[in-house]
Design a protein around this ligand. Structure first.
Ligand code: HEC
Length: 163
């Protein structure tokens, strides 16, 4: 019995291709095993979300008096936010990573709902851009569409993000 299992083990070992060992090394080096390495989907979507936060803080800050309201800067921020709002979703892989993600399992279990909230954000940022093009550029006019964008962020985080 024992010698047989040793033999099986030996033959298994010798049949493991070298590339697997190589991949493991690469994987550990980049810490890509946990999905965290640079260029991984997790790193990419986190970077986009951070840019979204930075941009929305800047545009929102102008409406709350934290930053001086500047029309052209606000218009540029709205456009950037609209472009960014389409970007994170393709970086959620088909299967959840084991690594340091704050995405809930629900992202993968309730894909339709998650995608609906992603489309909702895209719609709200689109409306914000339209508001910058059709309304007079004043904080009073920009506050409602900007609030809608921030609500769309929060709505998804409440359902799909830990903390
Ligand atoms: C459809 C869902 C959804 C919407 C809408 C959404 N987020 Fe998120 N957000 C997530 C999920 C899920 C994560 C967790 C990602 C992860 O860690 O895998 C996240 C993470 C983040 C993070 C943390 C990134 C990090 O470094 O860990 C920030 C910041 C963030 N979102 C900002 C925003 C802002 C700002 C908006 C709106 C302009 C927004 N999000 C809209 C789902 C959403």
């Amino acid at each position: 019995m024992k010698s047989k299992s040793v033999a099986v083990e030996k033959s298994l070992k010798s049949s493991i291709p070298k590339t697997v060992g190589l991949m493991l090394v690469v994987c550990l080096t980049l810490s890509a095993c946990g999905g965290e390495g640079p260029g991984t989907p997790l790193a990419q979507r986190k970077a986009i979300f951070k840019q979204m936060l930075k941009t929305s803080e800047d545009t929102g800050g102008m409406l709350r008096g934290r930053l001086p309201f500047d029309g052209p800067t606000f218009v540029a921020g709205a456009a950037k936010l609209d472009a960014l709002s389409h970007e994170p979703w393709k970086h959620f892989p088909a299967v959840k990573e084991a690594g340091h993600t704050s995405a809930k399992d629900a992202v993968w279990e309730r894909q339709a709902r998650f995608q609906a909230l992603a489309r909702a954000l895209e719609a709200r940022t689109g409306e914000l851009v339209v508001a910058t093009q059709t309304l007079q550029l004043t904080p009073a006019n920009m506050i409602p569409p900007m609030n809608n964008v921030e609500d769309a962020c929060d709505a998804c985080h409440r359902e799909f993000r830990n903390h």
